[in-house]
Design a protein around this ligand. Structure first.
Ligand code: HEC
Length: 131
């Protein structure tokens, strides 16, 4: 019983830690996210055997340290950054723009100012980069 209570408390704490972002409120719509990914597809694949394009393949993105696809030539800025890609850091990447999150990155300037767009895009990415 005590252990159960503790686990509930921990689950609660996990949720609280997320509440600072729009993601907590909005689990995102992966179908709408697929449409938004059209802005990325010219430079990124997401399939397990996807190839690098102008940008690195995104398969296995979440939980991965930034700049670690072994056969992709990153900018020193991204390679040397301490970022780990999570829904929160990907959210920040497009809320603020790559040039602010990773100054010196060769990822082109782009911002997705609508939190709903970011939540939907991330929901899509979480699904397809893990499959
Ligand atoms: C015109 C090409 C281009 C477009 C469009 C583009 N990216 Fe990128 N992206 C890049 C490049 C180039 C890099 C590598 C940057 C570096 O090395 O500094 C990158 C890096 C990334 C990374 C870091 C990957 C890693 O392995 O660390 C993520 C995540 C990412 N892009 C997501 C996206 C998403 C999501 C979109 C669509 C909203 C998008 N990108 C649109 C070119 C692009």
């Amino acid at each position: 019983m005590r252990i159960r209570m503790m686990m509930l408390a921990l689950a609660g704490a996990g949720t609280a830690a997320w509440s600072g972002t729009a993601l907590a409120a909005d689990p995102g719509d992966p179908e709408r996210g697929e449409t938004l990914f059209k802005r990325c597809v010219a430079c990124h694949s997401f399939e397990p055997n996807g190839r690098n394009k102008a940008g690195p393949r995104l398969h296995g993105l979440f939980g991965r340290k930034a700049g670690t696809v072994s056969d992709y030539k990153y900018s020193p800025a991204l390679k040397d950054s301490a970022l780990v890609w999570t829904p929160d850091t990907v959210d920040a990447l497009f809320a603020k723009g790559p040039e602010e999150v990773v100054p010196g990155s060769k990822m082109p300037l782009q911002v997705m100012s609508n939190p709903k767009d970011r939540a939907d895009l991330i929901a899509f990415l979480r699904k397809v980069t893990a499959e």
